[in-house]
Design a protein around this ligand. Structure first.
Ligand code: 5GP
Ligand code: MN
Length: 367
């Protein structure tokens, strides 16, 4: 009589463990090799482009300019190229004067991209997020390094510093400089100022769930390195134009719709209203958070009629997957609790479509 099953089970377990250890070792050695080659790559001056997603926010600009201020200290020739313009509230950031907006001079930008040896892609992981620049970046022979914290990265990069549990890409730039490059001494005041801005804005001023103890330790390091936390907060958040504040008042008084049966609140804005309040890039940032701040609300939407398309910004609480709605219905994506998308349909139809989607998610919304 054979008692094979038991022995076999033990044997299988051993093989399973050995395979697991083998895979872990392989992964570890590949990581070590990658880190060593990355360090070697950046050991001598290179022509570098840093880019970030279209309509860059605080984390996009903070990551890109933080990296810029780090790399120039190492003697690299660095150009930050943004696919579009970005909010005026970030124009005080160190290095801002050297940023080239792609659409301002496409010919020059293409030449710089095509001439680059290395391209850093910060705070995005899909080339569609940098508009028409995407194909230019894709076809260059430059080494591409992605530093990002969004879900489902596209496979266009050569190196990747990627962690969806990071509260901001700026946190990953810090980890790149300190833990991968081991150059904490290059966390200058300028680097620290930019990275602090990125972490502050993407963590909702240190209150969103991914703001861990580690994030607070990193932020403490950045303050030690010279980031003036109170001043940065003021420069970003207490810098509104009068019209922006009046626009916010208009949104909250006249445009907020609450759907208690779905624990959802939405604010919708027409193109005429954007013109009426002289709304410029960045002015609509954060409006959606007011809708989410109502007690009991689990999903908030800000739907705005831009000149070329209707843009949606969704925010959610807890486990509710705002990114799933954006991905499934609005050609977008993002994080579970903060996501966005767009539509070529009319504002009216998009609002209607959004409302008709809600019953599908009712169970999740009211639980
Ligand atoms: P916001 O609502 O501030 O525009 O974007 C919130 C989050 O969703 C950000 O993390 C942003 O990267 C992501 N996001 C916004 N719009 C899009 C989009 O059209 N596509 C994808 N994939 N992500 C988006
Ligand atoms: Mn980010």
């Amino acid at each position: 009589m054979l008692l094979l099953p038991k022995n076999k089970a033990v044997q299988l377990n051993w093989w399973f463990c050995i395979s697991l250890i083998y895979l872990a070792l392989q992964f570890f050695f590949k990581l070590m090799l990658d880190i060593a080659s990355l360090k070697e790559l950046l050991a001598s001056p290179k022509k570098i482009v840093i880019t970030t997603h279209h309509k860059p926010d605080g984390d996009a600009m903070g990551s890109a300019l933080g990296l810029y201020n780090y790399l120039i200290q190492k003697g690299h020739h660095v150009k930050v190229i943004t696919p579009t313009d970005y909010p005026e509230v970030f124009s005080w950031m160190p290095g801002n004067g050297y940023v080239l907006v792609y659409t301002d001079d496409i010919k020059q930008a293409d030449a710089i991209i095509n001439n680059a040896e290395i391209i850093f892609c910060t705070d995005f992981n899909n080339l569609s997020r940098i508009n028409e620049m995407g194909e230019v970046v894709r076809q260059t022979g430059a080494i591409k390094i992605m530093i990002d914290h969004h879900l489902e990265p596209e496979d266009f990069d050569d190196y990747r510093v990627w962690n969806i549990n990071a509260c901001a890409s700026a946190q990953l730039v810090y980890e790149f400089v300190v833990n991968i490059m081991h150059e904490k001494d290059l966390l200058s005041k300028d680097v620290a100022t930019c990275l602090y801005t990125g972490i502050m804005t993407d963590s909702g001023s240190f209150r969103l769930p991914l703001t861990t103890a580690t994030v607070h330790r990193i932020v403490a390091d950045l303050i030690d390195a010279g980031a003036e936390n109170s001043k940065i907060h003021q420069l970003v958040y207490d810098n509104s134009s009068e019209m922006r504040l009046r626009f916010l008042g208009h949104c909250l008084s006249n445009k907020l719709e609450v759907l208690p049966e779905y624990r959802t609140a939405l604010i919708t804005v027409t193109r005429e209203e954007l013109e009426q309040f002289d709304i410029v890039t960045g002015d609509t940032e954060g409006v959606v958070n007011f809708a989410l701040s109502i007690a009991g609300i689990k999903l908030a939407a800000f739907i705005v009629e831009r000149p070329d398309k209707v843009k949606l910004s969704l925010r959610s609480r807890d486990e509710f997957p705002a990114n799933e709605i954006c991905k499934k219905y609005f050609n977008g994506g993002g994080h579970r609790n903060a996501a966005g998308g767009a539509s070529d349909d009319t504002l009216e139809n998009v609002i209607q479509q959004f409302k008709t989607i809600l019953p599908e998610y009712k169970k999740l919304l009211i639980q």
